[in-house]
Design a protein around this ligand. Structure first.
Ligand SMILES: [Zn+2]
Length: 211
């Protein structure tokens, strides 16, 4: 079974992480794209967001930023927000805290050296959503650790057409943080899903904001 919204027991246990955005008076949701930048996927996402005049947050992997600098700069130039997703997409549960923090630092350097200036406290999302309590403690003074309220499962093959779109739309509500991926693994599903999702968000009157 796909767990689309994290259960309260998890969000309660890890309450120092951000699972949704604070309530605001506007109808607003927050799209996020993890694991890029990836040629032919990130450009597609940027183009679709641009058509709708929508902004999103991209949790980038440091090595991908270094490999695809132009694409990263394009993402910044279009006014999207960037968050840290480690340099090598590390699984926190399988990595010691010292190495984990170093890898986050390397990603921070890749982000800064390629022209991104962040407003306010930096953003971090742990790859696979896996981070230990010790790592949280080590990271949280410098970063807002942003999780999600809706997991799209865009990286898995659909069991029926429109499954990914339905995962998101059926859980959409104000202040939701949606996770999608601008990765090769998700490219087929994201190309099918994102245009319809953006249209539905617009039709439902949601503004798409940055975290
Ligand atoms: Zn990831």
């Amino acid at each position: 079974m796909q767990i689309i919204s994290p259960p309260k027991i998890i969000t309660g246990l890890y309450h120092s992480l951000e699972w949704k955005m604070p309530a605001c008076s506007q109808k607003k949701i927050y799209l996020s794209f993890d694991d890029g930048p990836t040629p032919s996927v990130t450009d597609f996402v940027l183009n679709e967001l641009n058509k709708m005049n929508a902004k999103a947050t991209f949790f980038c992997i440091g090595v991908n930023i270094e490999k695809h600098k132009e694409l990263f700069r394009e993402l910044i130039a279009e006014g999207h927000q960037v968050g840290n997703h480690t340099q090598h997409h590390l699984n926190g549960w399988k990595t010691c805290t010292e190495k984990y923090v170093q890898d986050i630092e390397a990603c921070k350097e890749a982000i800064g050296q390629n022209g991104y200036e962040h407003q306010g406290k930096l953003l971090f999302r742990p790859p696979y959503g896996k981070i230990t309590r010790q790592q949280i403690k080590a990271v949280k003074s410098e970063y807002r650790i942003v999780m999600w309220s809706i997991l799209s499962y865009d990286w898995l093959p659909e069991r029926h057409t429109g499954q990914c779109l339905n995962n998101v739309v059926s859980h959409l509500k104000n202040d939701a943080v949606v996770v999608m991926h601008d990765s090769l693994k998700a490219s087929v599903i994201i190309k099918k899903t994102l245009p319809s999702l953006l249209q539905i968000c617009k039709d439902k009157g949601y503004e798409l904001g940055i975290i």
